[in-house]
Write a protein that binds this ligand. Sequence first.
Ligand SMILES: [Zn+2]
Length: 190
Amino acid sequence: MMLTTHALVGALLAVPVAFVAPEYAPAALVAGFVGGSFPDLDVLARHRRTLHFPRYYGFAAAAVVPAVLAYPSAVTVAAFFFLAAAWAHSVADIAGGGPEPRPWEARSNRAVYDHFAGRWYAPRRWVRYDGAPEDLAIAVVVALPVAYVAPLVFLYAVAAALVVSAAYTVFRKRVVPVAERVETVSLVDD
Ligand SMILES: [Zn+2]
């Protein structure tokens, strides 16, 4: 899925905070948005492996829960939502296509690396590829509740994410040359 979809899904996780503890909602939304983006920084290393942890982010988020309950603060809340969003990203990538330059050709059998089991999850392709129309649809649907609770400043980030998502969806199949360069870099160690 697109980076922007992951970022919005990360922010979506934080939406309930706006109703339960609104004073922490800004920190939670930003942390979810950033945490949802974070794993894809490994596009310049071993993509879908170096910073994608479909198990460990979940364990880490669970480990932070007692700290959130004992010492609720912007810092502990943000730490939880950063880790939860990174975990959601890592798991969601299994539902998409592979990290290949033309994922709509569905040639890759690698979606996300499972460091615990030492093997790759295969792509499910429920979202066929990043930038597919269904990917954009998810971004739009997810953005609605986020926008509903978001402070004004954060609304700009949501709007920017949607604009970028729409442009990426339109031009996805024309950015293959760029993606191929990235792929070359990311597969150096494989
Ligand atoms: Zn990813």
